[in-house]
Design a protein. Structure first.
Length: 204
C-alpha cells in the first residue's frame, strides 16, 4: 500500500531481515585454505532463489548486506505464505551449506544456519545515487530483531523473531509452527527497554 504524505512516498511493508550465522568464522576458515569461492557460490545460490521468488511479486529482495538480505513484502502477505518462504529459503541454504561448504571447512562453527527478524510498518521511498532506497523504523527494528535472536539462545539458527504487532497482523497465533513469547532489549529501540516479542521455530 502506497500513500502520499507531505510530498513523501510512503509504502506500508512487511520487512524481513536475515543473516548467516557465524559467517565471519566461516569466511576466515575458507580464506585460510583458498576456498572462499564456495561461500561466494552459496551467496549466488541464495540470490538466484530470491530472484525466482521475486517473480511472484510478493517477496522482493531489497538489499544485500554482506551476509544476508533485506526482503520487502506487501502488507497483505499471508502469514503462512511468509513462513513457507522462510522455510524454503532455509532449506536451500542448509542443503548448499552442508554439501558444498562444510566439506571444505577445517572446523565447522557450533552455530550455522539463518536467523530472521520481521517487522511491519511505513517506509519512506527515496531516490539516492540513481537507486530506489527506503528509510524507516521497520528496517531498523527487523535488523535488531534478527541480531537479538542470539541473546539468551544457544541455538538461534532457523528461528524468527517478530514484533508482536507484525505477528498478530500476519495471523500466526494459531499456526502449526512452534512459537512462544520472548523478551529482548533492542539496541536504541523502545528506549532500550525489555519488550515482549514472538519467536517462531522453522522446521528445518
Amino acid at each position: 500500500m502506497t500513500r502520499r504524505d507531505d510530498d513523501l512516498d510512503i509504502e506500508e511493508r512487511v520487512v524481513i531481515f536475515f543473516d548467516i550465522c557465524s559467517s565471519s568464522a566461516i569466511l576466515e576458515d575458507l580464506l585460510a585454505t583458498n576456498n572462499v569461492k564456495v561461500f561466494r557460490n552459496l551467496l549466488i545460490s541464495l540470490k538466484s532463489h530470491l530472484r525466482t521468488q521475486s517473480s511472484t511479486g510478493v517477496f522482493t529482495p531489497y538489499k544485500f548486506i554482506g551476509d544476508g538480505w533485506v526482503i520487502l513484502c506487501p502488507l497483505d502477505v499471508s502469514g503462512p505464505a511468509l513462513v513457507n518462504f522462510l522455510i524454503r529459503l532455509s532449506e536451500v541454504f542448509s542443503t548448499k551449506f552442508r554439501t558444498q561448504v562444510v566439506p571444505l571447512l577445517q572446523s565447522k562453527p557450533e552455530v550455522t544456519g539463518l536467523t530472521f527478524g520481521v517487522d511491519k510498518g511505513p517506509l519512506v521511498k527515496i531516490e539516492m545515487n540513481g537507486q530506489q532506497e527506503y528509510i524507516g523504523r521497520p528496517l531498523n527494528v527487523a535488523s535488531r530483531l534478527q541480531g537479538a535472536i542470539k541473546d539468551k539462545d544457544d541455538s538461534p539458527a532457523y528461528k524468527v523473531l517478530f514484533t508482536k504487532h507484525a505477528f498478530h497482523a500476519l495471523e500466526l497465533e494459531n499456526s502449526q509452527y512452534k512459537c512462544k513469547p520472548a523478551k529482548r532489549r533492542l539496541r536504541n529501540i523502545w528506549n532500550n527497554q525489555e519488550i515482549t516479542l514472538m519467536k517462531l521455530w522453522l522446521p528445518i
